[in-house]
Write a new protein. Structure first.
Length: 213
């Protein structure tokens, strides 16, 4: 568990109200909105403590096709690797004889993948006494898992199959609606004819009874 503490100068009228425009751990992935992005917290107290608990999950967004093994598990060899440290000694750089590890941006570069981190966040805030330390605290844990999000396009044949299924479903549904509407029309017509026929018979009977009288 690591803690990041942000404490401004202890002036008589300091305030810990804040706005988080963007908080991320790693490169930005287009369209990804982190839980604390564009959030704010306000307080009118001078000694106030804001604490955020973050659970960070390493994530790879890739457009490469990931191959699975026969058992259905992901083949590790198909996972693109992030940029690593340069472990090669460099006499011009390591003049003191010590190999200085530096990020090698050319190693493991993959234009089809983004190596970043996602996180889940919970927060709590409370007023503290003058004997406690106020401020904005970020406590975070890095989860021992790796999440891979793969974007894959379907084949043209799969698109045709989906279109055929959609058209077939529309035709079947239309046929059912047509049959149902025809059946309802027939039922309604039978009810109307029964009402008309029964009314005529009563009139004839009344007429006959009137003539006999």
């Amino acid at each position: 568990m690591k803690t990041l503490i942000l404490i401004p100068s202890l002036l008589p009228d300091f305030n810990f109200s804040h706005i988080i425009t963007e908080l991320s751990f790693g490169p930005h992935y287009p369209g990804l909105l982190n839980p604390l992005d564009k959030t704010s917290a306000t307080t009118d107290k001078h000694f106030h403590k804001f604490q955020y608990y973050l659970s960070i999950v390493p994530t790879i967004f890739t457009r490469r096709r990931l191959v699975t093994t026969g058992s259905g598990s992901l083949d590790p060899a198909t996972i693109p690797q992030p940029p690593t440290l340069d472990m090669t000694p460099n006499p011009k750089r390591d003049k003191d004889g010590v190999v200085h590890h530096s990020p090698n941006v050319q190693m493991g570069v993959d234009r089809h993948s983004v190596f970043t981190n996602q996180y889940a966040a919970t927060s709590q805030s409370r007023e503290v006494s003058t004997q406690n330390v106020p401020g904005i605290f970020f406590k975070y844990d890095i989860e021992p898992i790796l999440l891979i999000v793969s974007e894959r396009r379907g084949s043209f044949l799969a698109l045709l199959v989906r279109l055929v299924n959609v058209v077939s479903g529309v035709l079947v549904g239309g046929g059912w609606i047509y049959q149902l509407s025809g059946w309802m029309g027939e039922v309604w017509g039978r009810k109307g004819s029964r009402r008309t026929g029964s009314g005529g018979d009563l009139g004839v009977l009344h007429g006959r009874s009137g003539s006999l009288g």
